[in-house]
Design a protein around this ligand. Sequence first.
Ligand code: HEM
Length: 164
Amino acid sequence: MSMEQAIITWIHLVSAAVWVGGSLFIGAVLAPLLKKTSMSLEERIQMMVQVGRRFNKIAVPSLVILIITGLYNSQQVLTNPENLLATSYGSFLLVKILLVIALIIAFIIHVRIIRKDVEEKIISKKMTEGQIQKLRKKIIILGEIIVIISVVVLFFAALLDAGV
Ligand code: HEM
């Protein structure tokens, strides 16, 4: 293995750590912690939105880097697309790529739910409790889907690495 390949893998791994680690931290540590505070529902949502926006500043570049370095790692297989279905490595890679596409779609919907105007409506209390709860449920489910897909992507990375 060349030094160049090692550096690409390293960048892929660091980006994976940022993306998966950060998402898990928000879902498994921050969200339950906020629930225990005396903050109102509006304040909690506002806090999560702020954390999310801040996290996206490193999460989105990480995802972009994962895709670029991932495509680099896949060059050999992708230049002979018949390998995608002919070998188990190719099939795992194909599933991994499809999962990443699903991840991107879930992420875009997740981010679009919490647009600036929606956030302002929540803060200025122009939304009923029921509307906020419905919105919150959607955000939480999409967040969970994102974390679950990310962890499953790691499993496919492990399958690729093990060469099963
Ligand atoms: C959320 C996005 C992603 C995560 C969390 C992720 C994670 C990982 C991890 C942890 C590894 C193991 C390092 C290694 O053994 O080399 C890996 C390897 C790899 N990834 Fe990704 N990856 C992501 C996206 C992608 C994408 C989009 C592609 C392809 C277009 C890709 C292609 C690869 C390839 C080909 C390997 C090398 C596997 C091997 O043969 O050892 N990855 N990925």
